[in-house]
Design a binder for this molecule. Structure first.
Ligand SMILES: Cc1cc2nc3c(=O)[nH]c(=O)nc-3n(C[C@H](O)[C@H](O)[C@H](O)COP(=O)(O)O)c2cc1C
Length: 201
């Protein structure tokens, strides 16, 4: 059944994506219905992709949290454009987002940091994400070191950890349909309002 409304020329992709995320939470057994592929391009023009979790969404963009010094962080320092893809196989739905990337404010990162479990916070200090690790024992030693360092107190947010926001320059909603006549609805920001069109499958 088609649920995309092609008659509405001004579909709000934020609203629609919230609805689809809620559907994925309620109608699937996926442990991470907010998992999305993040594609970046490094300074040599080489693309790379990995999964991150969608932690915030509004008209300003889609937010995820990570290590700013990681491979993806370095790529985003070089190229401020990124693409996100969310796929819910059980719902025959896919969402593609393309936009410009910026760091969220320190306050916003702090707010999310405060919701993380203590072990995850220690891990963010101990792990030099994307760097070569001699062996697991070396990481465990770092975890022990920071556990001792912060014992009995708060674990502050490291400078190198925080959020990125991908602006919603283009958002495409894809929905599987019988006989492969799939539906594709694209929303683009034009002069402060949304414009939509249908794409051929
Ligand atoms: C389900 C799932 C969720 C993940 N969520 C995040 C996340 O929110 N942030 C993050 O930095 N890495 C996350 N990861 C790990 C990344 O996929 C990746 O391994 C890591 O960020 C290093 O990527 P990089 O070397 O390209 O920077 C997640 C992996 C999986 C499988």
């Amino acid at each position: 059944m088609s649920t995309l409304d092609f008659d509405n020329q001004a579909t709000d992709p934020v609203e629609l994506l919230h609805t689809w995320l809620e559907d994925a939470k309620v109608r699937t057994n996926l442990p991470n219905p907010n998992a999305m592929t993040l594609a970046t391009v490094d300074q040599d023009g080489r693309p790379s992709a990995r999964i991150v979790l969608l932690r915030g969404l509004d008209e300003r963009g889609a937010v995820f949290f990570t290590n700013y010094a990681s491979r993806k962080g370095r790529a985003l320092d070089a190229h401020r454009n990124a693409a996100l893809v969310i796929h819910w196989d059980e719902l025959e739905r896919q969402v593609r987002i393309e936009g410009r990337v910026s760091r969220v404010s320190g306050e916003e990162s702090d707010a999310y940091w405060s919701t993380r479990a203590r072990e995850s916070r220690i891990g963010a200090w101990a792990s030099r994400q994307s760097e070569i690790l001699e062996d697991k024992a070396a990481l465990e030693a770092e975890i022990e070191r920071y556990t001792r360092e912060f014992e009995g107190g708060e674990v502050p947010r490291p400078e190198h950890w925080g959020g990125y926001r991908v602006s919603l320059d283009q958002v495409e909603f894809w929905e599987g349909q019988p006989a492969r006549i799939h539906d594709r609805l694209v929303c683009q920001r034009v002069n402060d309002r949304w414009e939509t069109c249908r794409l051929s499958p």
